[in-house]
Ligand binder design. Structure first.
Ligand code: SF4
Ligand code: SF4
Length: 193
C-alpha cells in the first residue's frame, strides 16, 4: 500500500529543494501568476484555489522582496520540464503541474474558475498516459491526482476516482490488489497517522 499526503505542505517542501538552475532555458513566468492562486502558501495563510492577498491585479507580488521562502523556490513543472510545450503554460492551460513526494506524485492544481480545464485535449489523454506509467511501477506506485481547491480526484488508468475534500490532516491511500481478472488499483481517503 502507498500513502500520499495532502499536497499543500509538500509542494512547499519539494519546491524548496528544487534548484533554480533546473528552469528550462528561455522559460519565465511572464504574465502568469496562477500558482499564487492554485497553490497553498502556509507562510501567508493562503489556502488552495484562492488568490493570495499579495498578488497584484495586473500580475506580480506586492511583497516580492520579502515573499516567503516557498514562493521564492517554487517552480511549476512547466518551468522545469523540457517536454511540456507552450500549451502547458499555466495561464493558458488554467492549471499548474506540481511534482511532490520525491517525484512519486504529480498533482494538477486546477484554477477553480476553470474546473474542467484538465479534462480538455491534449491534457486529459496525457494525464491518463502518465497515470498508466505510474501504475506500471507497482508496487511503488506513482500517483496522478487533481486538486480543484480542496477537492481531490485521483486519475487511474481505467477510471477517475472522486476523493472529495482533502484536508491537511488527510491522505490518499493507494493499494494494488490482485483479482481473478487481474490487478485492480483502489484508492481511498484516510486520516494521517
Ligand atoms: S504557475 Fe508556473 S509559470 Fe505560472 S507563475 Fe507559477 S511558477 Fe510561474
Ligand atoms: S506572497 Fe507573493 S509570490 Fe507568494 S503567493 Fe502571494 S503573491 Fe504569490
Amino acid at each position: 500500500m502507498s500513502s500520499f499526503g495532502h499536497p499543500l505542505s509538500d509542494v512547499s517542501a519539494q519546491s524548496a529543494r528544487l534548484p533554480h538552475s533546473n528552469v528550462v532555458p528561455g522559460r519565465a513566468c511572464g504574465t502568469c501568476t496562477l500558482c499564487c492562486k492554485v497553490a497553498a502558501v502556509d507562510e501567508v495563510s493562503k489556502q488552495m484555489g484562492v488568490w493570495c492577498p499579495h498578488c497584484l491585479r495586473h500580475g506580480g507580488c506586492a511583497i516580492y522582496d520579502s515573499r516567503p521562502p516557498s514562493c521564492r523556490a517554487f517552480h511549476c513543472q512547466w518551468m522545469v520540464e523540457q517536454g511540456l510545450g507552450p500549451e502547458w503554460k499555466p495561464d493558458r492551460a488554467k492549471f499548474a503541474l506540481a511534482r511532490t513526494e520525491a517525484g512519486r506524485r504529480l498533482t494538477v492544481l486546477v484554477d477553480p474558475g476553470y474546473p474542467s480545464a484538465w479534462r480538455r485535449s491534449p491534457y486529459y489523454e496525457n494525464l491518463k498516459h502518465w497515470a498508466e506509467i505510474g501504475a506500471s511501477r507497482s508496487p511503488d506506485l506513482h500517483l496522478v491526482d487533481v486538486m480543484i481547491g480542496t477537492r481531490c480526484i485521483v486519475i487511474l488508468p481505467d477510471r477517475d476516482v472522486e476523493i472529495g475534500p482533502l484536508g491537511p490532516d488527510e491522505m490518499i491511500q493507494v493499494e494494488c490488489r490482485m483479482t481473478a481478472t487481474g490487478a485492480v488499483i483502489e484508492v481511498q481517503k484516510a486520516k494521517r497517522q
